[in-house]
Design a protein around this ligand. Structure first.
Ligand code: CP3
Length: 340
């Protein structure tokens, strides 16, 4: 079988039309997702049900024929495996028991392998069900981003609780991030062995850190994951997405060891082109252009194709798709990217 298009781009090839997938491509903007979600019970029930997780992973592939599927799960299954009482409250986002500095040493990762077994079962099942040409992406959250939810106990606009925890208790923060990195590395290795073609590490909140903080709390733990994954699976392909990281992206690939650098929509074309000198980039359409549609969508797509399309590119949004996105706009996006 020829190498899947997504993997050719990850390996540094410039394709005539870039491979395309969308972060959060399985989700509430799809009526078939809402139906399966209602059948599953809670959001976490859906994540741990291999049959239904497979179904929602395949839904956007059936509709749009993306070049890659992404495992349906969530970055917060890791704190859930640590028994932090994770729950997803409708309209309020994720919640869990806030973590105190003195609790870090009591965290016990020994149940994670059993707890996450249904997710690994889903990976194998999804690979089985996918068309041959479609790549399968596994993922985890980067330790810092996962830690922000664990420390605050919920999402916050500025991650002040996690930043204060890191400044006041740097040793406990390092210990927490190392524990999460080791768990995440094992989790990614199991996803790759079960059939994932590549993995993405989501660091959605890394961009909120100052430079010293970024190096210590974002780069170091991601580097630790990459090293462990490559030691176990030497050919592993890894995408790193550090949202809002701006100029830090100039050293992100070299210092973490990821293959592909994900770009949010604020990353300028010139910086993206510079980053392409060392490998593929992924992104970076503003998800709100996809909601708006029409000229806003077309201009956004054309600017990315013109600016980054002559180098190794994986077309994506600059962050996840949102529930209010019209399906017709996603269809128009795929048509336009493929018409290049
Ligand atoms: O991309 C995909 O289609 C795969 C599945 C996926 C989900 N979450 C499903 C989900 C992935 C890759 C994630 C990653 C994730 N989860 C991140 C990193 C990427 C990002 O968006 O920044 C983060 C920070 C989370 C944590 C999380 N999960 C939040 C903050 C929320 C609530 C916000 C919201 O959109 O409601 C979730 C819930 C969640 N994860 C949903 C989905 C489809 C919606 C829950 C539902 O169906 O009720």
């Amino acid at each position: 079988m020829p190498r899947r298009r997504l993997l050719r781009a990850i390996d540094g090839e410039t394709l005539d039309t870039p491979p395309i997938w969308l972060m959060r491509q399985a989700g509430r903007y799809l009526p078939e997702y809402r139906a399966t979600r209602a059948e599953a019970g809670s959001f976490l029930d859906l994540c741990y049900n291999p049959e239904l997780a497979t179904e929602v992973t395949l839904q956007p592939i059936r509709r749009f024929g993306f070049d890659a599927a992404i495992l349906f799960s969530d970055i917060l299954v890791i704190p859930d495996a640590l028994r932090r009482n994770v729950r997803f409250v409708a309209g309020e986002g994720p919640q869990m028991d806030p973590l105190l500095p003195r609790e870090v040493e009591t965290l016990d990762p020994s149940m994670a392998e059993t707890h996450l077994a249904p997710v690994i079962a889903a990976v194998a099942r999804i690979r089985e069900a996918l068309p041959d040409e479609t790549a399968l992406i596994g993922f985890c959250g980067a330790p810092f981003t996962v830690a922000t939810y664990m420390i605050a106990g919920h999402g916050t606009p500025d991650q002040a609780p996690a930043r204060l925890f890191a400044y006041r208790h740097p040793d406990e923060m390092d210990a927490l991030l190392a524990l999460l990195a080791d768990m995440s590395a094992q989790y990614l290795i199991r996803q790759l062995r079960a059939g994932a073609d590549c993995v993405q590490i989501f660091d959605s909140w890394a961009g909120i850190l100052d430079e010293a903080g970024f190096r210590r709390f974002a780069i170091a733990p991601v580097k630790r994951i990459v090293a462990q994954v490559r030691a176990a699976e030497p050919g592993a392909r890894i995408i790193g997405f550090a949202k809002g990281a701006g100029a830090y992206l100039d050293f992100y690939r070299a210092e973490t060891g990821v293959d592909v650098v994900g770009l949010d929509w604020t990353v300028p074309v010139a910086q993206g082109r510079r980053l392409q000198a060392d490998g593929a980039v992924q992104g970076n359409l503003d998800p709100l252009r996809l909601i708006a549609g029409g000229a806003a969508l077309e201009d956004g797509v054309d600017a990315i194709l013109a600016g980054l399309g002559d180098g190794p590119l994986i077309f994506n949004l600059g962050h996840g798709i949102t529930p209010d996105t019209p399906i017709a706009h996603v269809e128009a996006l795929v048509r336009r990217v493929r018409a290049r």
